[in-house]
Design a protein around this ligand. Sequence first.
Ligand SMILES: [Zn+2]
Length: 242
Amino acid sequence: MFETIEKLLILQDRDQKISQIRGQFASIGPERTALQARATATQAGLEAAKLRIKQIESEKKRLELDVEAKRTLIEKYANQQLQTRKNEEYKALAHEIDGCKADITKIEDAEIELMEQAEAAQKQSVIAAKEAADAKKLVDEKISDLNACEENLKKELAQLEANRAELASAVDEVARSRYDRLLKSKGGRVVVGIQNGVCGGCHMKLQQQLVVTCQAQKEVVTCSNCGRILYYTRDMDLALVD
Ligand SMILES: [Zn+2]
């Protein structure tokens, strides 16, 4: 094979490897962020469950104070009953006392409901705590793996890039700068074979003269349509498929 093309293909292989490793490297940051978000979300779930327990407890205390206040009122009304001699007033106080008792019954019902809620909140908190602990363990492990992977990729990339400079310097300068320009503007594969008489990059039919020049393997030939560098090997089919 034409030596310049051969060296360009080696360089292209290297560049594709570098680009692949860079892609892997770039995906690590977002992956780590997503994992951290997962751990944060389960932790937030646990905090919410704990907060719910606290809210229920303070609600329970409030109800207890309400009951106490009603009992104090009942006591007050009972004392007033002892002091009064007016039947009407006595009856009115009895009515107030009944009202307070009814209120206490309602509050006690609410307390029972609250106890059920407290039980459910406790259960939820235990589940949330386990979820948060499990998520943290898993996330810590995965992040540690990602960090190790990142380190390896960094090393591999440094090696590939150092070696890339060596491979590039071995290529004829004109061909190399053309290759570099193409790589910058098009990315991906810019040294392409001829298949069935068409450019392996843009798939446009090539002029016969171009194919013949390429086949002679004496100079670097580029596609007149997309500008990619063309190459030929014996197993390539030059005939156009009709
Ligand atoms: Zn082309």
